[in-house]
Write a protein that binds this ligand. Structure first.
Ligand code: ZN
Ligand code: ZN
Length: 161
């Protein structure tokens, strides 16, 4: 989804649940592993409260997924740090229209590197950062090369340049 459109959904939803009024901020980050984060950060001037989403996550997912993740984080903000993914949090998710799933496994995140078999061209592994060791192919046992990429890739698919 386009970044600008996603940010306007964030603002709309944060307003709807009065988070803007109660001192919550929205931040974008470039985290490649983590989709979203709700944070209570202690600072000398008090607790800084923020909901963050990864730019990579927004760029590679559809609107319904992004909406759902924002609501997931908003449920954290409304329930407080201690609630975690407890029943209190799950009930809040249902109340505000989010899936009460602790893990957001329906969202995709792009890889920064992939390991591709030299011989059969299969994607052997996907990575969030350059791997330190070369991988072996599960299919033909040859060695894999590391390639720098930016996109969504699946292990087992064939890689075509
Ligand atoms: Zn969560
Ligand atoms: Zn192979």
């Amino acid at each position: 989804m386009e970044l600008k459109a996603a940010i306007s959904i964030v603002n709309e939803l944060m307003d709807k649940f009065d988070l803007n009024k109660s001192g919550w901020q929205f931040k974008l980050n470039r985290n490649k592993r983590q989709i979203g984060l709700t944070r209570w950060k202690k600072t000398p001037s008090g607790v800084e409260k923020s909901i963050s989403l990864s730019v990579y996550f927004i760029e590679h997912n559809e609107e319904w997924v992004i909406r759902d993740v924002i609501l997931h984080e908003i449920a954290h903000a409304l329930c407080g740090l201690e609630a975690g993914h407890s029943k209190v949090w799950k009930d809040k998710c249902i109340e505000i229209g989010a899936r009460p799933n602790p893990s957001i496994d329906y969202a995709v995140m792009p890889s920064s590197h992939i390991s591709v078999c030299k011989k059969c061209n299969k994607i052997v592994d996907t990575h969030f950062k350059a791997p330190k060791t070369k991988r072996g192919c599960f299919n033909c046992k040859s060695q894999a090369n590391t390639k720098k990429v930016n996109g969504v890739f699946n292990v087992g698919d064939e890689y075509n340049e």
